[in-house]
Each structure stands twice: as structure tokens, then as C-alpha cells.
Design a protein. Structure first.
Length: 292
């Protein structure tokens, strides 16, 4: 786990350029990088490099050298990453969530799993995705439908969070699953959850922002791509996501407010994907598309 992050504050357009620069400079060395929107109205973004504390001096110099030719004088800030589970949410008192054959539950509710259920055990941890949010439950329902009715030989879970959707896909069918997240904490926790659920092979976890990793080309194209993120990044990455989808493949998108549905559909129609179905849950939607 990284001890600190070095980051710059910038705009959305500049953050995309900086992300490309950081990918070229740091990803082959195994460093986690990320961009994040901080204030939509003011167009404030952060581009971050995660590293161990003892590397700060040397990597700070390298980071500055990467930025200087394109963004001279840009200020690099630092943040110490706390050890506590900063997004931990206790599952105590929450009942198991049923979505199709899946039941997502904490370890304290193992006795509530029924014969025929596909059990996914997710305890409180440092990554989002316990199944209690409508977006996760919607994805689980569509995953079961797609994997039951269509040929799926490999899966991509983009923005894996707790790993619950990658676990679901692997439990339904013994096919390879690539699971990615921009947050190194999330990929570490997701890998732990995969092991907790008795999956020893078949799921690869990597830290990667967007599609900035050679792993996508190595493991793709994918018959099923699941992306439970947010509407704006989903819209931006529509062409890239579609380019990694195999002929006849399916896409499951979520993290989308109902009011954002048409913008997302428009972006993916422009990427030549066809709308199959929308699931509505508590103001959020999950969208199933395919490539005919």
C-alpha cells in the first residue's frame, strides 16, 4: 500500500494530458496513478502519483521533470495516506442483498445463504461495493442474465471497487476476469475479497486509470465489459470501451442517475452499441448494451 500521494491541481483537459504523461513515465515501474474530479462546476481536477514514503524525494524530482516541459512551474503537492479504513462501511445490521441468484452478505450472515444461492461474501473494508447500492444490485441482475443467455469467454470489470462484480462473474462461469480500479487500495481489498470467496485462479486485479494499461490489449477483446463508475467518465470513455469489446459482446454500465441515462445512451449509440435493457433502482439505472 502506498504511504503518500504526490498530486497537482489542474483542469479536466489538462488532467487527461498529465495522465498520459504519467502513464508513459511511471506505469511500467508499477506505480499507481489516477485522476479525479474535485469540483465539477469549477472544473477542478487532481492528477496523482502514489508511492512509498522513502521514494518521495527521488520520485518528486521525476514527477517534476515529467511535468516541466508541458506545464512549467506547476506546483506538486503531497498528502500522507492514513492507515485507517477511510471509506469503511460496517455491514452490521444490514440484511443480505438478493439480486437474481446472487446473495451479497457479510460473514455474520453466512447462515442466511439458501440452497441455490450464489453467495458473495463482502465485509466492511476500504472499497465501495457491498451490493446494497442500487447500481451494484442492478449490475448483478444483468450479469446473471447475460452470462446465462450469451456466450461469454472473458470478462472485464472496469472500476471494480470491492470486487463484487468480478467475483459474481467468475462464480457464475469459469472464465478469465480482468478487474481494474484507479485506486490501489481498492485493488488490494478486491483481491482479498476474491480469495475470501474461494476463488484461487481466474481473476486478475490491476491498478489502472481508464484504459491506460497494456493489460487491456493483452487480455481483450472482452465478451462482457462491466463498468459501474459514474456517468461522466463513462461518457468520455465510450469509444475506448467499445474498441475493447468483442464482436457480439455485451456491456453493462451503471453508476448512472436516471436523469443522465439519455446522455450515456447517446455516447454509446455513437460508439455503435445497441441498447438492450435498462434497470431502474432508487433513482439509479443500469444499462445493458451489445454489439450486434
Amino acid at each position: 500500500m502506498a504511504d503518500i500521494r504526490l498530486f497537482v491541481t489542474t483542469t479536466e483537459i489538462q488532467s487527461e494530458i498529465i495522465l498520459d504523461l504519467m502513464s508513459a513515465a511511471f506505469e511500467e515501474d508499477g506505480y499507481a496513478i489516477a485522476t479525479m474530479e474535485m469540483d465539477e462546476k469549477k472544473d477542478i481536477w487532481e492528477a496523482s502519483l502514489y508511492l512509498d514514503l522513502h521514494e518521495e524525494d527521488a520520485m518528486g524530482v521525476r514527477f517534476a521533470e515529467v511535468l516541466e516541459p508541458h506545464f512549467p512551474g506547476m506546483t506538486i503537492e503531497r498528502e500522507v495516506i492514513p492507515d485507517e479504513d477511510w471509506i469503511a462501511k460496517s455491514l452490521e445490521g444490514l440484511s443480505p442483498v438478493h439480486a437474481g441468484r446472487f446473495v451479497v452478505h457479510g460473514s455474520h450472515d453466512r447462515d442466511k445463504v439458501r440452497p441455490g444461492d450464489v453467495s458473495i461474501e463482502i465485509d466492511a473494508g476500504q472499497a465501495f461495493g457491498t451490493g446494497h447500492h442500487g447500481t451494484t444490485a442492478g449490475c448483478l441482475e444483468v450479469i446473471e442474465t447475460v452470462m446465462r443467455s450469451r456466450k461469454v469467454t472473458n470478462v472485464l470489470d472496469l472500476g471494480t471497487g470491492s470486487g463484487v462484480l468480478a467475483i459474481a462473474a467468475r462464480k457464475l462461469k469459469a472464465v478469465p476476469v480482468l478487474a481494474t480500479d484507479i485506486d490501489p487500495i481498492a485493488t488490494r481489498v478486491a483481491a482479498e475479497n476474491v480469495r475470501r470467496n474461494g476463488i484461487s485462479t481466474g481473476v486478475r486485479m490491476i491498478t489502472a486509470p481508464g484504459f491506460h494499461s497494456p493489460a487491456f490489449a493483452t487480455h481483450g477483446p472482452f465478451d462482457l465489459i462491466i463498468a459501474n463508475i459514474l456517468a461522466r467518465p463513462l461518457i468520455r470513455m465510450a469509444p475506448q470501451l467499445a474498441s475493447h469489446l468483442a464482436p457480439g459482446g455485451s456491456v453493462i454500465l451503471s453508476g448512472i442517475l436516471a436523469s443522465q441515462r439519455w446522455k450515456v445512451l447517446s455516447a454509446y449509440n455513437g460508439a455503435h452499441l445497441r441498447h438492450v435493457r435498462t434497470i431502474w433502482r432508487n433513482g439509479w439505472v443500469t444499462i445493458h448494451l451489445d454489439r450486434a
